[in-house]
Design a protein around this ligand. Structure first.
Ligand code: SF4
Ligand code: SF4
Length: 690
């Protein structure tokens, strides 16, 4: 197309220096520098532990399209989400334009296949709007980062320096790119208009539409200068921006693509101690878990590079909320900083420094309840539970186990329960005279068999209060017509928490004993009222018959008419349901307990501010009950306050550990008499029609 201005590719500076050489140098230099930096950043990943993630490709593609391309998780924070989606969409649209501009400095006629003809015109209109909305969004984002500063962006002093300046610098780069690109176009259009030549269409209200009238009466030499200067500022900033990415959180622009593609596909379970090493070979391992940086898997290192520093994980982390020394965001940031420091761009790579005591603290790693809120929220699918469990495995291997956990762990090993109670007492709740007079529970230890195995697990077997939940569960199963029994003294703790506390060998021992007992009982299905047992049997054990949580059984039986419920005892009470982490987030069982509750005629139910996949952990179950963390308040207290704020006076849980924490928290929060907690099985038991 005829043009008044000389293009950057054809311009000779001072009449003899072809500018295309400068563009060529910038392009080759920029790309080479980026490749060099990226390869150096890859160095730790090449020394990392293996992690096979090339399985289930269709599922991975689907997840990638949903989470990366459609930015599925971003609107969970609506303002920040919309800003990010607009920026991301703008980047996708402007990618073709940016590549073209890079080459226009070398060859005036460079064109991507779809950028000429009618498709090119449509693209031009879209990219003009994209450039404009990106600039507007950049201004809003800069205001949020620098002035309004949402709390989750703040960096507590103990975690180092604030990252605002990096964010503002990058937003400045993007704004400059948008402005220079449009000045480059507008100067050409203005010059062509002056000479009556064809002028590109300027979509209304776009940057080019604003700039062109401002330049219409400028001299041709000014427009020529502006055209070239805008081009080269754009080119230089573009390569500076690209090469700056691997120096901080903006590396996610690149690493989020593989990170989301290789995301963890299964929730509930934890990674093996070492991929490719069988259970039988574990004894031969010289070291367990993560002790030094290189013990992480390559995917976990990629996570560190990908963290956007958005603070969503920590904003939802119950440990962080109650002042425990854990903020998941900084697990990533500290990991990334470690990689940058020990794997520098120039010079020797430093390997092998122990992580605990240098960048992570023991209490920080023990503070996690493995509730999964952080992983649920992260827009770029960063994992925490596996990393934390791996770090705990390393600490256990080094004998770094908190004092308060040593006794329950040793009791688990000796007696199969953390309280150290005698095995023969495990079924005492079922032998209680009053209870047994009404409900008969078959006992495997008496060689009785049944279709359904009720797996009770330790807390409901031994804790006085939770034995009431076990009895309610048994009565509900009996009322629903199930032929069921329990393992009795042959049942051991499911080992769920032992595994998550890094005691893999102990977990394997408990799992094997339970698996043998279950295989000998040979049930058609297993029912449990404990979400931790449910999760272990379903996701940690192998070759199990179908496993159900009691809430699922209740709902099926109500729907089939085998379980009939009478109207709510006290219609004035307002109920709310607390999602246990290992039922909800880890196993996606959200609806069944709610529907089971709603099937009690006349029951009034409200939702708390945080519910379903944003539920707030009660404080953790299993061994967490024995751990005494440093904290400002209890998670359970925050949770019962949420129930109070929702206008509820009964919290219904579906997990014995939640019930312990809630009942305790009600007292601590001073809500005794105003609020009560009850297990779903107990509530259904009370409302079973005769
Ligand atoms: S799993 Fe829960 S407690 Fe642990 S870091 Fe994540 S949000 Fe915090
Ligand atoms: S881990 Fe994910 S949610 Fe947490 S700060 Fe990083 S990007 Fe945000």
């Amino acid at each position: 197309m005829e043009s008044v201005l000389v293009s950057p590719a054809n311009y000779n500076l001072f009449g003899f220096l072809p500018l295309f050489l400068v563009a060529l140098l910038l392009t080759v230099g920029g790309i080479t520098a980026f490749i060099y930096i990226a390869v150096r950043r890859l160095a730790p990943l090449l020394r990392a532990n293996p992690d096979p993630r090339f399985d289930r490709i269709p599922e991975r593609i689907f997840g990638f399209l949903r989470i990366w391309l459609l930015q599925w998780r971003h609107p969970r924070y609506i303002r920040a989400g919309v800003i990010h989606i607009l920026l991301f969409a703008g980047f996708l649209v402007l990618g073709a334009q940016t590549i073209s501009m890079m080459f226009w400095g070398i060859s005036e006629n460079f064109s991507l296949p779809f950028m000429s003809g009618p498709l090119g015109h449509v693209y031009n209109i879209i990219k003009n709007y994209a450039g404009t909305w990106v600039l507007i969004v950049v201004v809003i984002a800069a205001y949020r980062r620098a002035i309004s500063k949402p709390e989750r962006y703040l960096v507590p002093p103990k975690y180092g320096k604030d990252h605002t300046s990096e964010a503002i610098l990058v937003l400045g780069f993007i704004a400059t790119l948008m402005i220079t690109e449009n000045l480059f176009d507008a100067s050409l259009i203005a010059a062509n208009m002056q000479k009556g030549l064809h002028a590109e269409f300027r979509p209304p209200l776009t940057l080019v539409w604003f700039f062109t009238p401002l330049l219409k009466s400028a001299s041709l030499s000014f427009l020529q200068g502006l055209h070239l200067v805008a081009y080269y500022i754009h080119d230089i900033i573009f390569f500076v921006f690209v090469c700056f990415l691997p120096f901080g959180k903006h590396f996610h622009v690149v690493t989020a693509i593989p990170n989301v593609f290789f995301k963890r596909l299964d929730t509930g379970t934890v990674k093996p101690v070492k991929h490719g090493v069988t259970d039988e070979q574990l004894d031969d391992l010289e070291s367990f878990g993560v002790k030094k940086f290189e013990d992480f898997t390559w995917k976990h290192m990629l996570d560190f590079y990908t963290c956007v520093d958005c603070g969503r994980c920590s904003d939802n982390c119950p440990a962080n909320a109650v002042g425990r020394p854990l903020s998941p965001r900084f697990i990533s940031i500290k990991g990334r900083d470690y990689a940058f420091k020990h794997y520098p761009l120039n010079g020797k790579l430093v390997e092998g420094e122990p992580l605990i005591g240098s960048i992570y603290d023991e209490d920080e790693i023990w503070s996690c309840t493995t509730c999964g809120a952080c992983e649920q929220e992260c827009p770029v699918t960063i994992e925490y539970i596996n990393k934390i469990v791996d770090l705990r495995r390393g600490m256990v291997d080094e004998g770094m186990v908190p004092q308060s956990l040593q006794k329950p762990l040793s009791a688990l090993e000796k007696r199969g329960n953390p309280w150290g109670k005698m095995e023969r007492k495990r079924a005492d709740w079922a032998k209680d005279k009053e209870f047994a007079a009404e409900t008969s529970v078959k006992l495997f230890e008496k060689k009785e068999s049944a279709d359904v195995l009720y797996f009770v697990d330790s807390i409901s077997s031994f804790d006085d209060r939770m034995q009431e939940v076990a009895q309610s569960t048994a009565r509900v199963l009996a009322a629903a017509g199930e032929d069921f029994g329990i393992l009795g003294k042959t049942e051991k703790d499911s080992g769920h928490e032992a595994r998550r506390f890094g005691e893999e060998m102990l977990f394997m021992d408990l799992r094997d004993q339970n698996s043998d007992a279950i295989a000998a009982f040979d049930p058609k299905k297993i029912v449990t009222s404990d979400p931790h047992a449910y999760n272990a049997l379903k996701n940690d054990y192998t070759d199990m018959p179908p496993v159900e949580h009691i809430s699922q059984t209740i709902l099926q039986k109500v729907k089939s008419g085998q379980l009939k419920l009478k109207p709510v005892e006290d219609a004035a009470k307002v109920y709310t349901y607390h999602d246990p982490c290992y039922l909800g987030r880890h196993n996606k069982i959200y609806d069944e307990p709610r529907e089971a509750l709603d099937s009690i005629p006349g029951l009034r139910r409200v939702e708390m501010a945080r519910y379903r996949d944003r539920s707030f952990c009660c404080g953790g179950g299993g061994l967490m009950l024995f751990y005494e963390p440093e904290e400002e308040q209890r998670m359970g207290v925050l949770r019962v306050q949420m129930a109070d704020e929702a206008g509820a006076n009964v919290i219904v849980t579906a997990c014995p550990f939640c019930l312990v924490n809630m009942e305790d928290a009600i007292k601590v929060a001073g809500l005794d008499g105003k609020m009560e907690a009850i297990d779903l099985a107990e509530l259904i038991d009370r409302h079973t029609a005769d």
